[in-house]
Design a protein around this ligand. Structure first.
Ligand SMILES: [Zn+2]
Length: 324
């Protein structure tokens, strides 16, 4: 195996920790690049990526990465760790939700093998971010901690998440890693047919806090959770600090049938019962256009913006809750 950890021209030999930039593309006024740190441990363990900020106004994950950049030392790591605090720095700088203000694309839907050519229209900076991050960072990783949270308009239940693949062995490991992170709630999504030959690392996602806030208690939990997962993988010494029980749920969305002013009766984390009225949408004369009724028992995973357009997601609900 190659003992040097390398991302573009940044290199860390065994036992070294270095930082620099991942060069993405050239903008009209100069180069677009994002901060990256390489921690090359002393053993021959796997490679893990810890990144925040695919969405630029979700803050607790990135703040956790900043803490890990200061405190994670090569001497305590068996394997290699690549730290990227904010992938979508364009959105971070502009306090932008979901996409970015240059080409409006949401990174999470734009991991492609090749950047498409052709046509006028907005710049393709999102494609350059995703393809460069994939080729240089994700493609050399076995595991990934992908640190999300609620965006500026999202009230979100803190927890971890993963998507099943249909490969039982892999899914079991992925759920174990989510469990090891240490939070009570785990969001489990069904397999999605991809057709893409791109191979992604086994990924633990987080939803850490929300509504555009960054708070040190949640940041501390993010740091502890990342270290827990590295322990579970045998990449650090120690046992993960994990509460005795966790709850797994399957997510689904409720959509607005009307545009208007959305007022919620419930918050993220509230338990709800089938038939309960969760909120209302009013027009701007105060008339109720719609009452939103939940069709199953469950937990409120997400509540979105009061300024609602027809067809928007208003709630994400976790159903089929099981204890593990
Ligand atoms: Zn996100």
């Amino acid at each position: 195996m190659n003992d040097v950890l390398k991302v573009q021209d940044l290199e860390a030999g065994p036992g070294e920790k270095v930082h620099g930039y991942l060069n993405i593309a050239e903008k009209p006024a100069g180069r677009h690049k994002i901060p990256v740190m390489l921690v090359n441990g002393v053993g021959s363990g796997p490679t893990a990526v810890i990144n925040g900020g695919e969405h630029g106004s979700e803050y607790n994950g990135p703040a956790g990465v900043l803490e890990l950049m200061k405190t994670l030392e090569p001497g305590e790591v068996d394997g290699k760790v690549i730290l990227v605090p904010i992938v979508n720095t364009l959105a971070f700088e502009a306090r932008w939700m979901h996409g970015n203000p240059i080409d409006y694309r949401d990174l999470t839907g734009y991991y492609v093998e090749e950047i498409p050519r052709g046509g006028s229209g907005p710049p393709k900076i999102t494609y350059y971010v995703t393809t460069t991050f994939y080729r240089e960072v994700l493609s050399q990783a076995d595991y990934r901690l992908n640190l999300h949270g609620g965006d500026i308009e999202e009230d979100l239940l803190t927890g971890t998440m993963y998507r099943m693949t249909g490969d039982e062995e892999k899914d079991r490991l992925n759920l174990e890693l989510c469990r090891a992170f240490g939070w009570e709630w785990i969001r489990e999504s069904l397999p999605k047919p991809s057709g893409s030959p791109m191979k992604f690392p086994v990924t633990v996602g987080t939803e850490a806090g929300g509504m555009g806030r960054c708070q040190s208690d949640i940041v501390g939990e993010v740091v502890r959770g990342c270290r827990n997962v590295l322990m579970k993988l045998g990449m650090m010494k120690g046992e993960p600090m994990v509460p005795p029980k966790a709850k797994v749920f399957n997510p689904y969305h409720l959509y607005a049938e009307h545009g208007g002013f959305f007022i919620s009766n419930v918050r993220a984390g509230d338990m709800v019962e089938e038939g309960q009225t969760l909120g209302v949408i009013k027009d701007l004369f105060g008339e109720t256009l719609e009452e939103i009724v939940v069709p199953t028992d469950g937990v409120i995973h997400m509540v979105t913006s009061p300024a609602t357009w027809q067809g928007d997601v208003v709630y994400e609900i976790g159903k089929d809750i099981r204890e593990i």
